[in-house]
Design a protein around this ligand. Sequence first.
Ligand code: MRU
Length: 353
Amino acid sequence: MSLESVRYSRGSLLVLNQLLLPHRSEYEAVTGAQQGAQAIRDMKVRGAPAIAIVGCLSLAVELTTNPPQDTSALVTFVQESLDLLIGARPTAVNMKKAADEMKAFLSQEAGKPGAAVLELIEGVIRWAEALREKDVDDNHKIGDFGAKHILETPGSSEVCVLTHCNTGSLATAGHGTALGVIRSLHALGRLSHVFCTETRPYNQGSRLTAYELVYEKIPATLITDSMAAVTMRERRVSAVVVGADRVVANGDTANKVGTYQLAILAKHHGIPFYVAAPSTSCDFSMPTGAGIVIEERPGHELTDINGTRVAAPGIGVWNPAFDVTPHELITGIITERGVFKPEELKEALTRAQ
Ligand code: MRU
């Protein structure tokens, strides 16, 4: 059975508390949007697609168990809940995009003559459920497009991939984005090895990606973030593949802090650098990465480990959770519609299907 960040059936949402991994695998019930926003803020669930899926499903669960009595109450509840969920973490665009689309869907349906509140509620719930199903489907396509593309690079009979953060089943509804590419390469028997970075300070690499790689018996080695340069020089890394929290119109990409330095290192070593991201992570309303709001997290994530202070008392801390990689450093962006150069992405994805 594959790992699941979310277990959902109509009226019930269980979220794997990722703060407890890899030691304990415990699911917690999320009964509504307030709790959904709190789970996202606390990083019990994280990863751009999973944030949007949990956000929308938390609202769907509340609508199932406590349905508003009339259309006006429904519209107010959906709008307020979505605004709360968007505010939980600002950098990943997936929740904001899903919220905008859900609001537009509801206002269009509610505007139809004779729209009944129960039918509208059913429509919103189905919309949220479909988001989860589409994410799994997109990730399989990303995996297959990415693996095929990387294997087409001359001399790539077997590839060694370096990845950062966690982009797998735990960060999505299933399969993963960058980790989906790694899974697809492994399934094809063409993956020689994976290096995963520890990903300080929250350790998504050592706690979550390492857990997924071990779980799937994918040959992998953990390195600290500061070992990336020497790994690229000495361990025949053929490609770096990372995820994204927001890809903007010119291809600039926000992802877990440390991604930018990996892109610089990859360029220095002549290694292709790929971003794997569904179109739900693309924000073409923003022209360049300069406009992306970078979430800053509390200092104790750096100074403390498991509640024990390890940093010298009194030291100041800066803890940006993400950084922006300029598009010039990105070889290709792997999406569910194919692999594109950063500067071609917007046109390719906005073209009619
Ligand atoms: O702070 P996190 O753990 O939510 O950051 C996650 C990342 O940066 C991922 O790389 C990104 O969301 C893509 S997940 C498919």
